[in-house]
Write a protein that binds this ligand. Structure first.
Ligand SMILES: NC(=O)c1ccc[n+]([C@@H]2O[C@H](COP(=O)([O-])OP(=O)(O)OC[C@H]3O[C@@H](n4cnc5c(N)ncnc54)[C@H](O)[C@@H]3O)[C@@H](O)[C@H]2O)c1
Length: 375
């Protein structure tokens, strides 16, 4: 298999560079097994770019991203820039990048790994086996619709929630296509008992569903969904939502896994796909070598699936993460939430040790498959 990919790496701030390093380490494992040429081109963004170029998204960074096959981001944000206005802060660079790349479907898996189910604030019996993929519409709805603003006296304010049929159709197709690769169920979230945009959403999703007779579709009001995600997360497979509801529900679903540090994400459908761990720059632990790299590594698995057309290797990498957790390796964030007696049985790993463990487990899985094919 010949794979050639140009990946623009944007390590960013805080723990971003630390976790990106581990994602690159793991992706490079593939070079030993395939005719792979992953070229990693590093560019500044966020606070790092403000320090060097006085701009959170320098033009050279944006142009490199637009010319690449995939973009991989660590995190942005640093306390020294908190006093700046919102357009000048590190986060503004990321928002501009997301808009320029044009991805309209944000994918956020929340998986309860059995080995760390005890880290979840939810009861273990409820989260065990949960594997929810939120597909959130990212470029429409209330965050982008006009008109918006403050009334003339600044004593009132207003926003608009607008959706068109094509905007709903394209993200619904992503959800149904992904459901076909999983447990073949889509739960579409709306508030159709109150909002016209939700009525359009529901009708359009029903129409798209006609083309996917093998996928089971149900609809759920957003308030009910917020409750069911906590009480019975195992009932969900793919959760399809508009922008605002998805923002809230995907963060809520993070409670299933137990640590922000394990969550990866992908934004697809635009000019170039963007992969990033869900967490921020975590300035409180930056530079200590203790950040959990699994969210970045899970994002690298998504890159293999959605940009490199390597679905089997993406599965292998996700299994490798599970293998490492099953073997008892834990970064500090996965040890602190559990009881002391249990914690003593885990192996505390630094960021790079955790990355190396996944690299080894991934190689073992690839070895196993190559040996099987050789027989
Ligand atoms: N996509 C992004 O780049 C992004 C997302 C969220 C926040 N931010 C920015 O990050 C900065 C810090 O924000 P915050 O503190 O609200 O959120 P955060 O995600 O950075 O941290 C929240 C908590 O989770 C912990 N944490 C985060 N990532 C971890 C990891 N990989 N391993 C172990 N623990 C981890 C942190 O130590 C902290 O206690 C702010 O400037 C914010 O704007 C950036």
């Amino acid at each position: 298999m010949r794979i050639k990919m140009k990946i623009t790496m944007l390590p960013g701030d805080g723990v971003g560079p630390e976790v990106c390093r581990e994602a690159v380490r793991v992706l490079k494992t593939l070079n030993h097994y395939y005719d792979c040429d992953f070229q990693f081109d590093e560019k500044p963004i966020g606070g790092a770019a403000i320090r060097e170029h006085d701009n959170p998204l320098p033009d050279a960074t944006l142009q490199a991203c637009l010319k690449s096959d995939a973009v991989f981001l660590g995190a942005v944000g640093a306390p020294e820039f908190d006093h700046l206005s919102s357009q000048l802060r590190p986060e503004a660079g990321l928002l501009r990048l997301r808009t320029a790349l044009g991805g309209f479907a944000n994918l956020r898996p929340a998986i309860s790994y059995p080995a760390i189910a005890d880290c979840s604030p939810l009861r273990e019996s409820r989260v065990k086996g949960a594997d929810v993929l939120t597909v959130r519409e990212l470029l429409g709805g209330m965050y982008f619709s006009e008109p918006r603003g403050f009334g003339p006296d600044k004593e009132s304010a207003f926003n608009t929630m607008r959706y068109s049929i094509p905007e709903i159709e394209r993200v619904a197709r992503v959800a149904f296509d992904l459901a076909r690769t999983r447990r073949k169920k889509v739960t579409s979230v709306d508030k159709a008992n109150v909002l016209e945009t939700s009525q359009l959403w529901r009708n359009t999703v029903n129409a798209v569903a006609q083309k996917y007779p093998d996928v089971k579709l149900d609809h759920m009001y957003v308030d009910a969904c917020a409750m069911h995600l906590i009480t019975t997360p195992t009932r969900f497979d793919v959760l399809l939502t508009e922008n605002l509801f998805g923002d809230i529900l995907s963060d809520e679903s993070a409670a299933i896994t137990g640590s922000l540090g394990t969550l990866g994400s992908a934004t697809i459908g635009g000019k170039v796909n963007l992969y990033e761990p869900v967490h921020g720059s975590a300035p409180d632990i930056a530079g200590k070598g203790i950040a959990n790299p699994l969210g970045a590594i899970a994002s690298a698995a998504m890159l293999l699936r959605h940009s490199a057309d390597m679905p089997q290797e993406a599965d292998d990498l996700e299994e490798a993460i599970n293998d490492v957790l099953e073997a008892g390796h834990r970064t500090a964030d996965l040890i602190e939430p559990i009881k002391t007696a249990l914690a003593a049985k885990r192996h505390l790993a630094s960021t790079s040790e955790m990355g190396k463990q996944v690299e080894r487990a991934f190689a073992a899985r690839l070895d196993g498959r190559f040996a099987y094919h050789a027989v």
